[in-house]
Design a protein around this ligand. Structure first.
Ligand SMILES: Cc1ncc(COP(=O)(O)O)c(C=O)c1O
Length: 348
């Protein structure tokens, strides 16, 4: 099945092996060394975020486990806090505990954004608090910059590290009136993904002060992440920085146009109603198994990937899915998307 257009930047045509190989072939020169692209990527991310140092990791899962371990060793504390629907807690088989003996302290309402009062209610000493920007599993909600400033200030004032799960920090920046260094400046450490908004293949970068990143490098080696020759992942991410980063505001505007068309149509609705970033959720009046089957049939018949998977809902008659707008999704016009969604029941 060939995917020609996609509403998910995890699974677009830009990620096909043929397309990746074609783009790499046009980028590499006889002077490209195996170390060069990774070094360039690390320097570029550190510069964009205004941090002293940055380090490549094969995955965000490994980068965040490593940095939480470092914050725990520095503070002598074993608990860290975060939103109940943090990626770290929900999607990573509790690696922080199984591998590092750390404890996760969920704070706040699982369906809303974390607030300062939620943090103040935590009575145990914390090594770190993880702030996921935007909060992916609740539709990409984003706090205001002022809320974030107060929360990170409170956390750091208590000797804990403020860590940003910035898998989508490039996308999140479009929802604030401030620059990337101003956002990153609220945090001790920031992880960014190379394959969401940048539409790379895989990989992550962790940024922070020289001491913390040096310490994280030790954990990267222990966990098997010090892979030489990671240059193809870095090279494709560098291309994403050139092509995708300047277009983040355009992606966010397209997300808002898609959401408006879906909400105006009325068959489905989005959360948030007006997306704060290029990521949002669509809620369908269909059971998840049916929606999944319909989306697979659509991909088979028309080469259009509407979503990666249907998310279940407490009401079994309903489900939702994630939209993440990148270059691939720009090719899907708002009216066409609303019509495709309305037509899902006919494809079951
Ligand atoms: C918010 C968030 N954090 C962390 C990760 C983990 O990244 P990786 O897949 O590189 O391990 C993801 C991946 O989807 C994510 O969405």
């Amino acid at each position: 099945m060939e995917i020609r257009r996609s509403l998910s930047n995890h699974a677009g045509p830009r990620r096909s092996p043929h397309e990746v190989a074609r783009r790499l072939a046009g980028w590499v020169t006889p002077d490209t060394t195996p170390e060069g692209p990774v070094r360039e990527l690390e320097e570029r991310v550190a510069g964009l975020l205004g941090k002293q140092k940055a380090l490549f990791f094969p995955s965000g899962t490994m980068a965040q486990q490593s940095v939480l371990r470092v914050h725990a060793e520095r503070t002598g504390r074993h608990a860290f806090a975060g939103h109940p629907q943090s990626h770290l807690h929900v999607w990573e088989n509790q690696g922080y505990s199984a591998v590092h003996g750390l404890r996760f302290h969920p704070v706040g309402d699982r369906n809303g954004l974390l607030g300062l009062d939620d943090l103040k209610a935590v009575k145990e000493p914390l090594a770190a608090v993880v702030f996921e920007l935007p909060q992916r599993d609740i539709g990409g909600l984003l706090p205001t910059f002022e809320e974030l400033r107060q929360q990170t200030g409170w956390v750091r004032g208590r000797g804990a590290a403020a860590h940003c799960d910035g898998a989508r920090i490039w996308e999140a920046q479009t929802g604030f009136d401030v620059t990337l260094p101003e956002i990153a400046g609220l945090f001790d450490t920031v992880y960014v993904s190379l394959y969401k908004g940048l539409e790379g293949v895989r990989g992550a970068v962790l940024a922070g002060d020289t001491g913390t990143i040096g310490h994280a490098e030790v954990w990267r080696r222990r966990l098997g992440g010090a892979i030489a020759d990671a240059w193809p992942l870095a090279a494709i991410a560098l291309m994403g920085m050139d092509e995708n980063l300047p277009r983040m505001a355009e992606f966010a505007a397209h997300a808002r146009a898609l959401a408006k068309a879906i909400n105006d149509d009325g068959f489905a609705h989005t959360t948030p109603e007006v997306p704060a970033t290029p990521l949002f959720h669509v809620h369908l009046p269909m059971p998840p198994e049916q929606a999944q089957r319909a989306a697979e049939n659509l991909a088979e018949e028309a080469g259009i990937k509407l979503f990666l998977y249907a998310r279940s809902n407490p009401d079994p008659r309903r489900c939702s899915f994630e939209v993440s707008v990148g270059i691939s999704a720009l090719e899907l016009a708002p009216g066409e998307v609303a019509e495709l969604i309305r037509g899902l029941p006919s494809r079951v």
